[in-house]
Design a binder for this molecule. Sequence first.
Ligand SMILES: C[S@@+](CC[C@H](N)C(=O)[O-])C[C@H]1O[C@@H](n2cnc3c(N)ncnc32)[C@H](O)[C@@H]1O
Length: 280
Amino acid sequence: MNYKIEKNTVQETLIIPLYARKMCTELYPNLYRDETAVRLFGEIDYDFSALEKKSRSLMQRFGFLEVAMRQNDLAFEVRDYLRAHPNAAVVNLGCGLDATGRSCDNGSCKLYNLDFPDVIRVRDELLPAGPREENIPCDLNDTAWFDRIDASGGAIFFAAGVFYYFLREQVRALVQRMAAAFPGGVLVFDAANEKAVRLMLKTWIRDAKIKDVGAYFAVADAKAELGPWDSRLQISSRGYMLGYHDLKDPSVSGFFRFLARVGDRSMNMQIVRIGFGGEI
Ligand SMILES: C[S@@+](CC[C@H](N)C(=O)[O-])C[C@H]1O[C@@H](n2cnc3c(N)ncnc32)[C@H](O)[C@@H]1O
């Protein structure tokens, strides 16, 4: 069996959030738990030593907390949508080895996990699809995957740490096509402004020695910048560190809460929610 993740690929980027979720489960169990990440950490053929060495640094730890909080935020949005649309499609765009869909399963929704074929091959081994669940190999920029989604009960799409690897034009085209194909659907994703995306590249991507990844898509004011894309879009946004949770937990230091405020305010780290308009 081959659970190998190749170095220097876009797909390798899934390792960092997976490792971050495992670390946060250990460091901040009151705020976040992902037993799947803890299990998978031991099952993947990947040299984690560089990440482990860096995990002692304060800034890396803050980065881990960011990953956990965005996953909590996106799960909140998924559960919120499912309350009104219990049979909806829950679609994880660029899923990597993330099991957020399952953690939101209400027993009647349909779960879809989409990523490049080589990632889905690994996922099929480590997280084989369960009942009402499908792992779909695809390039998100090729809309052939639209036909695989049963959106008859509505659809909530989420993308965690994915659109930083897309050109702005690609995100625009995808959102416009999704709005046309999935009326009544909602897309939620994390984003940040240009300054933050540059910093992210410096601390995460370069450290991971990933050379062929460009971060192109950045947002400061979601409503103003994305609204003109399509008149159907209903856009809102909340800070991704403090917009959903106050982080007032003894495990989170005052310094980290300060950094969280800086991230949300001056880096525009945010969860963007786009309603596609129309009814299902
Ligand atoms: C930073 S990882 C995040 C993985 C997962 N969302 C998580 O939070 O653990 C980015 C993921 O997006 C996937 N991805 C990037 N561009 C893609 C595309 N055009 N089509 C499909 N998957 C893509 C990568 O393969 C990778 O698994």
